[in-house]
Design a protein. Structure first.
Length: 333
């Protein structure tokens, strides 16, 4: 099939038609752009980023409906996080995945908050999730339990943390029980294989990690390493260039927001969308922690999840309790 002995597994990274499809789709999209731009690289960047903005604007529209934060603050969290701005722009798949994810969230929000079913919304949701799955399958798989939890909390109107925790507990159980269902859906093995593929690569930012195996014991043993990679890397002593330093600064700013949320907590009840973003973003980071073994690659994979982490953190902060000058800007917003 198109030079392959077989189509390969959907989750495989080697000699797989499905794995290479994401690159082939970008190439074909670029070919269409070249017809319109006479192969101008800079004009192509404008067209690509124009497509990327659709999903981000859709995410901003949902955030404005759900949060009482000033519009400029929501826009900063979605559009202007440095790592996300850099890695999710340009001519590659990351921006397209983020845009498709934003559109999927927008269409899903329209569906679960409406009393009627609109075929356009359902079609848009299915196409968006399929596009995300084709370009980065684990993002789509992480999106599904977060969406289901969001919908379930709106229907049951129970404790948000309890509902989300129960859904994710069942999801993790199904993840590790998947080999018992069929070897074709052995998700722990797929995740371990992804890490093995990273370990076969070479580079100056390689992390000293052990080999992950596709079983519960290995995943539990590797968990401290995965959390360290997902949330704390790169460490200060690993900062060897401007790019790494900027990533460290980004992590420190997020840490400062978390501390601020504890010092100035908001008393209002959080809504399901807050927990949806938080659980979805954390899922992406933990998956990256289990699979990525290079600091350079980690920066890129983590940049995709940052808007889904920063947005809910902002909703936990009582900005009105923070004294001048920041409170003045919030009041103006």
């Amino acid at each position: 099939m198109y030079g392959y002995s077989n189509s390969g597994n959907v989750f495989s990274g080697n000699n797989s038609y499905w794995n290479d499809l994401k690159s082939n789709l970008i190439i074909k999209l670029l070919a269409v752009c070249n017809v319109l731009t006479n192969s101008s690289y800079f004009t192509n960047i404008i067209l690509f980023n124009f497509l990327f903005f659709f999903g981000l604007v859709a995410l901003l529209r949902v955030a404005r409906q759900q949060f009482t934060l000033p519009k400029w603050m929501l826009a900063l969290a979605i559009f202007f996080i440095p790592g996300t701005l850099f890695w999710c722009s340009g001519i590659h798949k990351d921006g397209l995945i983020l845009s498709a994810t934003g559109l999927a969230i927008f269409w899903f929000y329209k569906i679960i908050t409406s009393t009627t079913i609109n075929l356009k919304w359902v079609t848009g949701l299915i196409l968006s999730i399929c596009l995300v799955f084709l370009f980065r399958s684990y993002v789509a798989l992480a999106l599904l339990p977060a969406m289901f939890s969001w919908w379930l909390t709106m229907r049951l109107k129970r404790n948000l943390l309890l509902v989300f925790g129960a859904v994710y507990f069942v999801g993790i159980a199904l993840f590790f029980c998947s080999p018992l269902i069929s070897s074709a859906v052995n998700f722990p093995e797929f995740l371990a294989t992804k890490q093995h593929e990273f370990l076969l690569l070479s580079g100056g930012s390689a992390l000293p990690v052990t080999t992950l195996e596709g079983n519960l014991t290995s995943f539990l043993r590797y968990l401290p390493t995965a959390l360290d990679i997902a949330f704390l890397r790169p460490h200060l002593y690993e900062a060897k260039n401007v790019a790494t330093l900027s990533t460290l600064f980004e992590l420190w700013m997020i840490g400062l927001l978390i501390i601020t949320a504890f010092v100035f907590p908001i008393k209002e009840q959080s809504n399901p969308f807050t927990f949806f973003l938080l659980f979805f973003g954390l899922s992406l980071l933990i998956i990256a922690g289990y699979t990525v073994t290079f600091t350079g690659a980690l920066v890129r994979y983590r940049s995709f999840a940052l808007p889904f982490i920063v947005l809910p953190i902002l909703t936990f902060i009582n900005f009105k309790a923070i004294r001048l000058p920041f409170n003045l800007f919030v009041n103006k917003g």
